[in-house]
Structure formats: structure tokens, C-alpha cells
Design a protein around this ligand. Structure first.
Ligand SMILES: Nc1nc2c(ncn2[C@@H]2O[C@H](COP(=O)(O)OP(=O)(O)OP(=O)(O)O)[C@@H](O)[C@H]2O)c(=O)[nH]1
Ligand SMILES: [Mg+2]
Length: 228
């Protein structure tokens, strides 16, 4: 993918994966556009959406730094259907963080989380990439098939953060992407050997390197919480 241009410090690629129909496209659409389409149009192969955010790193006392990092987020949306598997897994290796999604109303999609994780271990840029686990369609409480405690236990046993989301109401959608961004940025700050990260993470322009800088948020497109 070509350099999107413009002024940013980091270009980060996140990728959504999980069974067909769990709501990957809907979550990304809700995150970038703030809207929801109840019609199911299954993704063919791969797609992506983009968003500019300003990230304020977490301080050791839990507060946020006033200094902001300008991030260009590319959100890759993979098809969950089996027939696209070899195509979609080829994109795993360029992603820095993963939104692993199951459907709270579909038990099999929860069971399949372990399969998706093993696909990730095989194809991602490293064996333990940053991942957040999302139980989606939380608005359909009367159709719930996966218990919150069960999902939390799985997430805990795998060392993953867990969020119950709704692409329909927007519940926890931004929060979960922000949580992934926090994890990825901590990894980037701690990464001594940047050669182990996927390509093109840092903006190569020496005048807009990956330094912390003051950002005029009033002039930024999408600024909030982490703040995305
Ligand atoms: N009620 C409700 N419906 C949702 C939610 N998220 C997605 N849906 C619906 O579920 C269906 C599938 O959503 P998609 O986002 O297309 O699923 P997907 O994971 O991208 O599926 P593939 O592209 O086939 O892998 C659509 O009809 C959506 O409108 C949600 O949080 N709540
Ligand atoms: Mg889709």
C-alpha cells in the first residue's frame, strides 16, 4: 500500500479477523464513520479503512501525557469465509495489531478463536503480537450464547484484553481500538530493535520522525480519549 502522505509520526496497520458474520466490517465502519448497516454484505477477500488519530501515551501513574503522537491508522478488514483464507493470512504479517472478533450470539465463532490464534502465530510478524479479543453484538442480549465470564476467562488465560462490543450501538468500539493502540505504542517505545517490527511503521521523513510532539488537537480530524 502506498504511503498515504500528510503529516503523521507513525503509520500503523491493524487487522480485524474472525469468522464470517461476526461483525468485523461493521466494527471498523462504526469506528471510522460512526454508522452501522444492518444488511450483511460479506467481505470479498480484503478491504481497508483509514483514520487519523492523536495518541497520548499513558504515564506510569495512569494519566495521559499531554504530548501527542500523530498516527495514521490503516485498518485491514479480512473476509472470514474459509475460501479466502490463503489470501487473508498473507496480510497478517504486515499488521502491527489485531482485533480478534467473535459473535456473542454464535458459540461456534467463540470456539474458533483458538484456531484464529494459531493462524496468527503462524502468519503474524512475531509469535506474540498485540491482540484484543472482542465479543461483538452485545446489543443482542436476548440472543447471547457466550457467557461474559467464559469469554473473560479465555481472554485471561491467553493474556488478552477483552471487550464486549456492539457495532450497532457503538459500545466499546473506540475503546477497544484505543486499547490496542496503547499496547502497540508501548511495544514500539520499548522496541530496541525496530527491524523486528513490520515494515513502514515509522514515517521516514526526517522532519516528522516518530518523536513525541505537541499536537494542536483543535486542528486534528479525530481526537479524543487515548486519544483517538
Ligand atoms: N445487532 C447487531 N448486528 C451486528 C453487529 N455487528 C454486525 N452485525 C450484523 O451482522 C452481520 C454481519 O456483519 P459484518 O460486519 O458484515 O460481518 P463480517 O465479520 O465482516 O463478515 P465477513 O465479511 O463475511 O467476514 C451484518 O448483518 C451486520 O449488520 C452488532 O454489533 N449488533
Ligand atoms: Mg466483512
Amino acid at each position: 500500500m502506498a504511503d498515504p502522505g500528510g503529516d503523521y509520526d507513525y503509520l500503523l496497520k491493524f487487522l480485524a479477523l474472525g469468522d464470517s458474520g461476526v461483525g468485523k466490517t461493521s466494527i471498523l465502519y462504526q469506528y471510522t464513520d460512526g454508522s452501522f448497516n444492518p444488511k450483511f454484505i460479506s467481505t470479498v477477500g480484503i478491504d481497508f479503512r483509514e483514520k487519523r488519530v492523536v495518541h497520548h501515551p499513558l504515564n506510569s501513574d495512569g494519566t495521559r501525557s499531554t504530548r501527542g503522537q500523530r498516527i495514521h491508522l490503516q485498518l485491514w478488514d479480512t473476509a472470514g469465509q474459509e475460501r479466502f483464507r490463503s489470501l487473508t493470512t498473507a496480510f497478517f504479517r504486515d499488521a502491527m495489531g489485531f482485533l480478534l472478533v467473535f459473535d456473542l450470539t454464535n458459540e461456534q465463532s467463540f470456539v474458533n478463536i483458538r484456531n484464529w490464534l494459531s493462524q496468527l502465530q503462524t502468519h503474524a510478524y512475531c509469535e506474540n503480537p498485540d491482540i484484543v479479543l472482542l465479543g461483538n453484538k452485545a446489543d443482542l442480549e436476548d440472543q447471547r450464547m457466550v457467557d461474559e465470564g467464559e469469554a473473560k476467562n479465555l481472554a485471561e488465560s491467553l493474556g488478552l484484553k477483552y471487550f464486549e462490543t456492539s457495532a450497532s450501538t457503538g459500545q466499546n468500539v473506540t475503546k477497544s481500538v484505543e486499547a490496542l493502540l496503547d499496547q502497540v505504542m508501548v511495544r514500539m517505545e520499548n522496541c530496541v530493535d525496530q527491524a523486528t517490527l513490520p515494515n513502514n511503521v515509522f514515517n521516514n521523513n526526517p522532519n516528522r520522525g516518530p518523536k513525541l510532539r505537541e499536537v494542536d488537537e483543535a486542528n486534528d480530524e479525530t481526537s479524543s480519549g487515548c486519544t483517538c
